[in-house]
Design a binder for this molecule. Structure first.
Ligand code: MTE
Ligand code: MO
Length: 486
């Protein structure tokens, strides 16, 4: 048990030098996540929310400790079974680290250090532990073990500190103000209503979804974007080149395919960047390329339809700024993609470093083999923000919320009370790529009422009442709350 702690700590320390993803502990965590069957990861996401990462790590730690305890029992007299368990775990660590797409040759140094330390500490302690006849011997052994645990803690901690030495926040601060050539028009008053979400979501409130167990740390100085595949000429861009171009600013509503009916995985920001269309036009998209496969520094991939990415109306961005600031690290600093009207899992790659023009027939994005649809247009949806489900209201009540059909626009919102529909007032339309707030004042009789909402987009499609789960291509159904009027 003690020797395994030491092993993990040593691996974590070396990973501090060669990159956090080399840590056998983190790598095994990543691996478990990637190999987990789809229902398991969905269950974890639903049950633990954003704490899913913590739970995963705790789970990995528990399994390792259980193996360690088992090894201890097996090796009560002879060291061989214990060493075997140490070695087996070591191999798991190796395989997990080698499977990382974001590590160079040096990466294997971390699990190697783990394995070596584990085996050495185990043999050492085992030699001391077996002749445990005398009480004195036992006390020495315990003291030595305690020493190893303390040492392991110190080493692991040092690894953690070293890993955070890549000063991404410093690099982000050094970017300073982004000078925007084409700023977005200011959000007009009346774009939101009392009781609805605010039209612009502050960066700290913007929903966050990704598979990253540790936020990738890429500085603006080292960041490069490669554009290749079915193109006339390959391109490579660095951060200075991107920010030196005419930056545009566009308000865009982003939505996650995992959003439940009535859920909060939808937010709006003004993104700053360069039109993705311009980048691709410069590279020259060859005929036949129907998919833009974007890859992040940690190996996540998203496949977007080329026609959506080239559509000037949508105005997809290679974004480096969000709400007037350089992208926050957890939202993809230094650069990410944003494509209005497509769910994030097929478009919004954060920490993006690679754009490949290819075909849907040839390659799949990260979530496809895990049971999600290859195409992910955002479904027209609406949500009641006020009153809350279960609330007690007066008999005169204002119902208010948001509706979104990014890239299409919202034409109409209706609110149903016990099955009778009322036309809602729509807020000013800021942009077809953003959500639209709505409200309606209603007179309710005393008692319980079911209030539902449905939106109609500018293509004429009205939300279906058929309930569908998020998988494989987005939830459907009307958001409904039950209130009691007094
Ligand atoms: N590198 C990377 N980018 C990613 C993801 C990811 O897991 N890794 N998740 C995508 C998904 S599913 C969504 S919904 C959006 C969320 O972006 P946000 O966290 O900035 O809101 O990012 C997308 N980009
Ligand atoms: Mo998502």
């Amino acid at each position: 048990m003690v020797s395994l702690l030491a092993a993990l700590a040593a691996g974590h320390l070396v990973a501090g030098f060669v990159g956090p993803a080399a840590s056998p502990f983190l790598a095994v965590g990543n691996w478990v996540r990637d190999l987990s069957p789809h229902p398991v990861t969905e269950w974890a996401k639903e049950t633990f929310g954003t704490a899913d990462k913590l739970v995963l790590f705790a789970g990995v730690a528990l399994v390792v400790l259980a193996c360690a305890a088992g090894a201890g029992v097996l090796a009560r007299t002879r060291p061989a079974p214990g060493l075997l368990v140490v070695a087996a775990l070591g191999v798991v660590g190796f395989v997990a680290v080698l499977g990382r797409p974001d590590l160079g040759q040096l990466g294997i140094a971390a699990p190697a250090a783990s394995l070596l330390t584990g085996a050495t500490v185990f043999s050492l302690l085992h030699r001391r532990a077996v002749p445990l006849a005398a009480d004195r011997g036992r006390r020495d052994f315990l003291r030595l073990s305690a020493g190893v645990v303390a040492g392991a803690g110190a080493l692991g901690g040092l690894g953690q500190v070293l890993a955070s030495r890549v000063d991404v926040e410093g690099s982000r601060r050094a970017v300073g103000r982004l000078r925007v050539a084409e700023p977005a028009p200011p959000v007009p008053p009346g774009a939101d209503f009392p009781g609805t979400a605010s039209f612009i979501t502050a960066n700290r409130d913007f929903y966050r979804i990704d598979t990253a167990l540790t936020v990738p740390r890429v500085t603006a100085e080292e960041w490069r974007l490669r554009v290749h595949g079915l193109v006339d000429r390959e391109l490579e861009l660095d951060y200075a080149q991107v920010r030196a171009r005419d930056l545009v600013e566009r308000p865009i509503t982003m939505a996650c395919v995992s959003n439940e009916v009535g859920g909060s995985l939808v937010s709006t920001a003004t993104f700053i960047g360069i039109p993705l269309r311009d980048v691709l036009t410069e590279a020259g998209v060859r005929p036949g390329a129907d998919q833009l496969l974007s890859t992040s520094v940690d190996g996540f991939t998203a496949g977007s339809p080329v026609d959506a990415v080239l559509d000037p109306e949508r105005g997809a961005l290679l974004a480096i700024g969000m709400n007037g600031e350089p992208l926050p690290v957890e939202h993809g600093f230094p650069a990410r993609l944003v494509v209005p009207g497509l769910y994030g899992y097929v478009s919004a790659t954060k920490w993006v470093t690679d754009l490949e023009l290819t075909t849907f027939a040839a390659k799949q994005g990260y979530w496809m083999p895990r049971g999600w649809s290859a195409r992910g247009p955002v479904k027209t949806q609406s949500r009641i923000d006020t009153p809350r489900d279960g609330a007690t209201t007066g008999t005169r009540v204002t119902v208010a919320g948001v509706a979104w059909a990014p890239a299409i626009g919202i034409r109409r919102v209706e609110v149903g009370v016990d099955g009778v529909w009322h036309e809602a007032e729509l807020a000013v339309e800021v942009d077809r790529n953003t959500w639209r707030m709505w409200r309606v004042a209603l007179d309710l009789s005393a008692g319980e009422h079911r209030i539902a909402v449905r939106a109609t987009d500018r293509s004429g499609v009205t939300q279906t009442d058929r309930l569908a789960a998020p998988a494989p291509d987005g939830a459907t159904g009307w958001h409904t709350v039950t209130v009691t009027a007094r």
